[in-house]
Ligand binder design. Structure first.
Ligand SMILES: [Zn+2]
Length: 115
């Protein structure tokens, strides 16, 4: 399952950060997931409990922040949010928008831990 490898990757990053900072028990992990990343959040949450076992992230809550799809309109020069499923045109003037600004994120944002 794709989400298991994603969860493993995030847990490895979080655990490495925890170990580097002398943190033994992480209580909360916040990640940012773009609407176009293709991640199934339910599957990711399911995988989370399994891949965190025996790591500093065991028992940590997983908080998923959705990152909307945004593009820059080449005509107006401003950043617009696209409805999903996105069509890569400016929602206001209809200009094609090749520049994706956000929406593909899949990254660790922050950790919380017990002192
Ligand atoms: Zn526009």
């Amino acid at each position: 399952m794709h989400e298991t490898s994603i969860a493993s990757f995030l847990v490895e990053q979080a655990s490495a950060a925890a170990e580097a900072n002398g943190i033994r028990r992480v209580t909360k992990v916040t990640i940012r997931v773009g609407e176009l990343s293709g991640v199934v959040q339910e599957a990711l949450r399911f995988a989370w409990d399994i891949v965190t076992e025996a790591t500093p992230c065991a028992g940590a809550a997983l908080v998923i922040e959705d990152v909307p799809v945004t593009v820059r309109c080449p005509k107006e020069g401003t950043i617009k949010r696209l409805a999903s499923p996105p069509r890569f045109r400016c929602p206001d003037c209809g200009e094609p928008t090749p520049e994706l600004v956000t929406g593909r994120e899949l990254e660790l944002k922050s950790l919380e831990w017990d002192e």
